[in-house]
Every structure is written in C-alpha cells, then in structure tokens.
Design a protein around this ligand. Sequence first.
Ligand code: GLC
Length: 455
Amino acid sequence: MPYSDAIKSAYKVLEEAQLTYHNRPVGYVASNDPNAPAANYAECFVRDFIPPAIICLLDGEYDIVKNFLQAVLILRDKQEAMEGHRQLPKVMPASFKVTIDDNGKEHMEADFGDRAIGRVAPVDSMMWWIILLHIYVKVTGDDDFSKSTSCQNATRMIMNICLRDRFEVFPTLLVPDGSFMIDRRMGVFGHPLEIQALFYAALKAAQSILINEEAENHPVIEQSNKRLELLTDYVRDYYWMDLSRLNEIHRYETELFGHEVINKLNIYPDSIPDWTSEWIPDDAGYLVGNLGPGKMDFRFYSQGNLLSVIFGLADDNQSEKIMRLFEQRWDDLIGTMPVKILYPALQGLEWHLLTGSDPKNVRWSYHNGGSWPVLLWPFVTACVKLGKIDLAKKAFDTAAFRLERDVWPEYYDGKSGKLIGRKANYNQTWSAAALILADKLIENPEMVNIFQFDD
Ligand code: GLC
C-alpha cells in the first residue's frame, strides 16, 4: 500500500488517544496534545468519536463502540436538570472524561455543554448517538443490543425531544448558535444545514432501531415518518441553490401573503451576497447553510452538504451537483488541504457582528473558512457513494503526506489551507482517523453501504 507509513502513523495517534474505564476501552480523547488551548480536548467528544468508531467497526473491534454507546447512556441518566429549567427528556453529553479520585477509583464525568468555551448545547450528540447505534447494528448484527430496554428508551427519548412541539412552523429543527461541529458563535443559529442532515439520518436510524411491535413506539414511529417526509421535501426544495434558483431570488417579489406565493419566507433580493453569482458554476449547486424567516445564509457548508449526500437528504441529482461543485471549485473548497469547513469566510463588519469579534474565528481560520482534515472522511464517503473514486483519491493524495509531516493538526488556516492553524492542536484524533477511514473506503468502496438505510 503506497501510503502505508502515513496510515501506520495515523493508527498510532488513535492508539495513544484511547480512553479506558476500568480497563475497558470506552473511546478516544479529542487530542493528545499537552499544549491544547482548551482543557476539554483531553475528553472524548461524541462527534469526534464517529470516524474512529467506524474504523473500529470495520476492523472488527466492536467492544469499544458498544462500550462507548453504553457509557454515553449511563452518563445521560446521571444528568441533572439545570436550575430554573423543568426536567426535560435528557440530552446526550458533548463529551466525557475519566478522572481518578484520591482513593485511586475511576469516575466518568460528562459535559453537557456547560464546561465548553462559551457554553454551547451539543444538539448533534444525540443524533450521532442514534446514527452510530444504527451503523453498529448494521455491521455487527447485534440487534439484541439495540432492542434492549435502555437503547429503546434512549431512542424514543431522543425522538421525543426532536419531535416535540415548539415555537416553530417549519419541519426543520430550530437550534441555538454553535450546537454542532461549529461550536462557537458564528451566526449559525436557527436551522443550520448540518443539524438538518443529522436530524434526517437520526429519524431514519430511529425507524430501524425502534421495535415495531411495541405499542409504546407507535406514536414515535408514526410522527417520525411524517416529519421525515416533510423535512425531506422542504430541504430539497427551499435550501437548494443553483444559478436558476439565484435568478429566481434576484427577481423575487417581497411582502407577499398567502399559501401560493413563491417567496414564502420573504427573502429580500438585496440580501444576496456579491460573491454568489460569479462563484456558482453553471451546472452545479448546493444546499444553503441556513434558512429562516427573511433569512438565507448563502454560505456553502461542507459537512452539511456532504452528510446530505451520504445519508440521502439531497436527492440523486442534487448529490451529483454538489459533488460537481467541489470539482469545479476545487481550489476554494479543497485547495492544499481538504476540506474547507465553509465558503466564503466572514470578514470586516460581518465578522465583527456575527462572531462577536472572535479572534480564533478570523477570516480563513478555524470555523470561519479554515480547512479541516476530519472532513476528508465525509468527502471521500460522498465521492465513493457517487462512484467518483478518482476525486476521492485526489483529495486523499493532497492530504496524506502533509498530515503526517505536520503531525496531524486539527485545522489549517489561509485561503487554500497552506498554514497550520494558529491555535490548532497536534495529534488531533479525528484528523488521523479521517485519513484511515478515507483509505479504507477508497480501497473497499462497497463499505459505503454501512451509511445507507434500508427502506
Ligand atoms: C472544537 C471543535 C469541535 C470539536 C472539539 C473537539 O471545539 O469546534 O467541533 O468537537 O473541538 O475536537
């Protein structure tokens, strides 16, 4: 294997990041870098665990994934209601750590967002938990586990949180700023695409996990079916952006009433950013980053689009066009390090207002247009799903040697990703895991089926 040294070194990063509890592996810490800028990088994050978990499943190391899924459930049950909040069905933690007390006894401690910088709610954790459980069962066949009372209860509870009535009129899910991979203030509150793609996959996963014969599950299954249909139609239609849609919005009439109007969300043509008409290619398109009343975030978010392709929230034609966008805007979206988290970066007054003047999120850095090696795995997975192996290889080749040489940074800075991120950790677990997973999928494209749902 031509890249065997880089892959070997990536596996070493994983090995050294393994977290154990009572001598059993339960996850991986986010980064092993002793100089990491935030203390919680030494914890196991639910979202960061996904790429290494999938590697473990493909390598036949099932225990760690099962231990992790169970650990998160136990931690969720220990959660207490926040002061002044009525106890709601419990959410999943963002991360957890193992501590040792004075008597040498180990304890697991979860963070539900209250230890994170800026205090953010990890809405994506519960979705990833269900999706991972679904993939775990698909690979191992261990449906005794998913049929256990604790997994059935947890799945039902997660669905109940997502499906409950709230101050909303849309089928998409309303969330606060920073509730997913972009977990700092970045103007991503409302209905960000990444959460909608995860919501879609979580609904699908729940349908396969929940036991049909159990009466308790019936209302949840019924509601999730309806929601899935509405969510799919809504995102495919209202979030879709290409030149013909842009033309439509450019000439939108506004301030219209009634069910039949075209500009239902009252988007003002003047809100179209200058970069869009030149940047969107003739025969490509994408799902916009966020959508709400009078608000369309035209930015391109890689993870939301790639997950939509992988899980099928985008239809076949849209998926093809999204991947074509990557091909045609390669320098902007892949550059010298796959993959740019979003395009374009916020600058000047917009940066000042939307990030709250966050120095970590200055233009073309970190969440504001930085390049994230972890995104190589969803990129390669989406390519493989669409049979674009050459494109997957091209991105893989761009990343492989450089990542190892640079000691597996968390992210890169600069318009094309030429600089190691100013505050990036080294030995970032999911950066290493992404390369291993990408390699596996390129070598064995049929593995992509583990991400598919059976109808
Ligand atoms: C940062 C990232 C987040 C990640 C965490 C641990 O907070 O924004 O996506 O989960 O680090 O790596």
